[in-house]
Ligand binder design. Sequence first.
Ligand code: ZN
Length: 112
Amino acid sequence: MTGAPIKARDIRKCDICERGLMADRAFTFFRVTFERMAVDVQAVKGIVGMAHILGSEQLAAVMAPSDEVAVPIGPPDQMIVCDMCAMAHREPLFQLAEQAAQAAYVRRGRST
Ligand SMILES: [Zn+2]
């Protein structure tokens, strides 16, 4: 599955180094989407309980009232990362996700 192309009006600089994406004559970069998820404990318990009764986790996943075991907790945030930063950056995922959320917040503020 591939994501949607980026239109010229939506392209921006690298969210980490803030340089143009082709600053190093590279023609590839990353569009990273962060989506924080939470386990739906009740749904998991329902599937586990049904699996216990039916004797099959696969059958329980189909027969359970809901097979959705995780839900997003907030909108997804995207980050544009140049190849140089993708190779050099070694930050924890939480820190990058926070940067993406802040960048999205700033972009939303500029567009309104
Ligand atoms: Zn960069």
